[in-house]
Every structure is written in structure tokens, then in C-alpha cells.
Write a protein that binds this ligand. Structure first.
Ligand code: H2U
Ligand code: ZN
Length: 347
């Protein structure tokens, strides 16, 4: 029997943000694949599409009309999953059937007036305006004392359930703290109470020392494949400074975040020469709920692609029923992403 080696032998890794584990099977990467291969969509989109609900000046599905916006633009989601006038209340039966009313405000954010662009194809100055709009939206939503959490996210690509190729994201804010954030708050709080420092400051320091999972970095932010990544090319952006929410960033940090968002998403597109699909979002402190000195802002990218523009990872079988699992190691994924060009493949 040889000595245990995380590069070779099956093992589980701890996600320090959630307290959950992921199974890693590095020896399995040579497994043959005879599953579904889809055709990659490569069609070039026009700068303006008269049929797009999100283009400037167009009519939306509910009949309202978008202004002729020239910068990132936000509006109330016409088909919001959470509504502001839902009555407060709870339902409980025998302690076994439990329900709690959820009310909220949902926003849609058009990243650009240009129908044909995506974040990796936008200029840093344009992405910076998206960051500034996230800040403005966060502050406005947090001014409602009943809002407890503000989830900023983007679904990119139709295989991620994105309904429209026009570059856009969403914000769902509500009177409750959702499950992922309850776990992350709990884990960060435990660490902060024990060590008086943020969990992610110490984690980031360790990653910068090791240099095994860093993808790209600048003065203010680092993008890395987390040690516990589940998706093949999952990454996280972590702020070097411990900031609790997006509105706490300085102007320089906004520029840094815009730069890093660009270099990370360009690498993603270059990986399989395709507009790389993902679900990405910001994790930050709950609002109207005390100081949360433990919270450290970060952003998760969960992309489904595994080995080409069309072959994706499926979270099925053992993963649905027992535990998430991955084959290629986070270190191998980081090495690949790190080696890619920062110039978009279409240029
Ligand atoms: P997704 O592509 O991630 O689904 O985001 C698009 C959102 O835009 C979706 O939540 C909303 C949908 O409800 N939407 C409007 O609010 N108005 C429209 O006219 C079309 C889509
Ligand atoms: Zn459009």
C-alpha cells in the first residue's frame, strides 16, 4: 500500500464555508465518455434585437417599455418569484409540516444596452458600471428594514436556464436569510469567534502561500478554484480586504473587481472557445440584522461544462443521493484556467 496522496487517491474535502464535504476521485479522469454531445451554438447576435425584452426602447412581456438606456439598467422583475405585498405568517402542523411566508423584491439588471455582448466582451469601464449599479441596488434594497438578505446573481447560457441572451443578471431580496447563507454565516461566525479574524482572510493567505489553486489576481481581488470545488471549473473571487458587502468597496476596489471579472470570464470563454455558461453570484452579509463582523464578501462561479463546449457535468446518482463528487482535481482545473490567455478568443 502506498502513502495517501490527494493527487492520486480518492478522498473527501471539507467546504469550510458550508461545513459540507465533496468526494474527489482523481484516478477516474481517464474514464471513457459515450454520452450526449450537443452542437455548440455559435451564431453571432445583432447589437440590437427588436424582439428582445431587454433591449433599450423595447416593450417587455408585461407591456411596459424600457427606456433608451445607455448604461446598466435595473427594473422590477415583471414575473417576480417574491412579492412585496405577501402577508407575514407561519403554518405549522404537529411540528412536522412547517411553512413561513416569504416576501421580497426582485430586480433584473441589464449589464449593457448592447444585445450582442456578455461580461467577458465588455470593457473594464463598462463592467465597473455594473458593479456601481450592484452597489446602488444593494443600498436601496437594504433601506427597507424588513429586507434581510440581498442575493445578486447571473445565470449565463441557456443550459443554465437563462431566458434571454441579452447580458443581464438578477437580484432577489427578501425578509429571510436563505439556506446557503445561513450555513456560511454560521461557519464564518464560529471561526471569527475563535480566532478574531475572518475565515476567508486566513483561507486566502494560505492559498496565496500555496499558489496551487490561484487562477488570476490583482491588488484588490483574487480568483481561485476553491480547495472544495464541486463543479469542474468552479471558482471564487475573494476580496483581499475583509469587506462585508458590495457597497463597502472603494472606487479602486470597484475597478479591481471589474478587471478581475473580465480576466476570469475571458479565461472561461477561452477554455472551450465558447460563451461559457455558469451560474454566478455574490455572497455577502445579511442586512438589517446587526453588524456581522465575521462576514467576508466573495463571489461564486458554478459552471457546468466538463470537457468541451457541449459535454457538461451531471449532478446525478451518487451526487444527488449521497454527496457531490468530482474527478479532475481543483489543482488541475486551476492550472488549466491559469494558463489561458486574457485575450478573448473571438478577438
Ligand atoms: P433569467 O434569464 O436569469 O431567467 O432572467 C430574466 C428575468 O427577466 C426573469 O426572471 C424577467 C424574468 O422574469 N423578465 C421580466 O421581468 N420582464 C420581461 O419582459 C422578460 C423577462
Ligand atoms: Zn436585447
Amino acid at each position: 500500500m502506498s502513502l495517501f496522496d490527494v493527487k492520486e487517491h480518492a478522498h473527501k474535502r471539507l467546504n469550510i464555508l458550508t461545513g459540507e464535504w465533496v468526494l474527489v476521485s482523481p484516478h477516474r479522469t481517464k474514464r471513457p465518455w459515450q454520452g450526449k454531445v450537443e452542437a455548440a451554438a455559435t451564431a453571432q447576435r445583432p447589437q440590437y434585437d427588436a424582439n428582445c425584452y431587454l433591449c433599450p426602447g423595447n416593450k417587455r412581456a408585461d407591456g411596459s417599455v424600457n427606456p433608451a438606456y445607455t448604461e446598466p439598467y435595473a427594473f422590477n422583475n415583471d414575473f417576480a418569484a417574491l412579492l412585496g405585498d405577501t402577508p407575514d405568517g407561519e403554518y405549522a402542523l404537529g411540528g412536522l409540516l412547517q411553512a413561513k411566508s416569504q416576501k421580497g423584491i426582485c430586480r433584473v439588471i441589464c449589464f449593457s444596452p448592447r444585445h450582442d455582448l456578455t461580461l467577458p466582451q465588455m470593457q473594464v469601464e463598462e463592467i465597473e458600471k455594473v458593479v456601481a449599479l450592484w452597489q446602488k441596488e444593494f443600498t436601496t434594497l437594504a433601506a427597507n428594514p424588513w429586507i434581510k438578505y440581498i442575493q445578486i446573481f447571473e445565470n449565463k447560457g441557456d443550459i443554465m436556464g437563462c431566458s434571454n441572451p441579452h447580458p443581464h443578471g438578477q437580484i432577489w431580496s427578501l425578509n429571510d436569510v436563505p439556506a446557503e447563507l445561513v450555513k456560511e454565516t454560521e461557519q464564518q461566525k464560529k471561526y471569527f469567534e475563535k480566532f478574531g479574524k475572518s475565515l476567508l482572510s486566513d483561507y486566502l493567505q494560505l492559498e496565496l502561500q500555496q499558489q496551487e489553486r490561484i487562477v488570476c489576481a490583482n491588488e484588490h481581488f483574487v480568483a481561485l478554484v476553491p480547495f472544495w470545488a464541486v463543479w469542474p471549473y468552479e471558482t471564487m473571487i475573494i476580496s483581499r480586504r475583509q469587506v462585508r458587502h458590495v457597497a463597502e468597496f472603494t472606487k479602486e476596489e470597484n475597478i479591481g473587481l471589474a478587471q478581475l471579472l473580465q480576466s476570469l470570464t475571458v479565461r472561461y470563454d477561452n477554455l472551450f472557445s465558447t460563451s461559457f455558461p455558469y451560474s454566478a453570484g455574490i455572497h455577502q452579509m445579511p442586512v438589517n440584522d446587526g453588524d456581522h463582523p465575521e462576514w467576508h464578501w466573495h463571489m461564486h462561479f458554478y459552471p457546468p461544462l466538463l470537457r468541451s463546449a457541449t459535454v457538461k457535468k451531471f449532478m446525478v446518482g451518487y451526487e444527488m443521493l449521497a454527496s457531490p463528487q468530482r474527478d479532475i482535481t481543483p489543482e488541475a482545473a486551476a492550472e488549466k484556467l491559469k494558463a489561458l490567455s486574457e485575450v478573448h478568443y473571438t478577438k
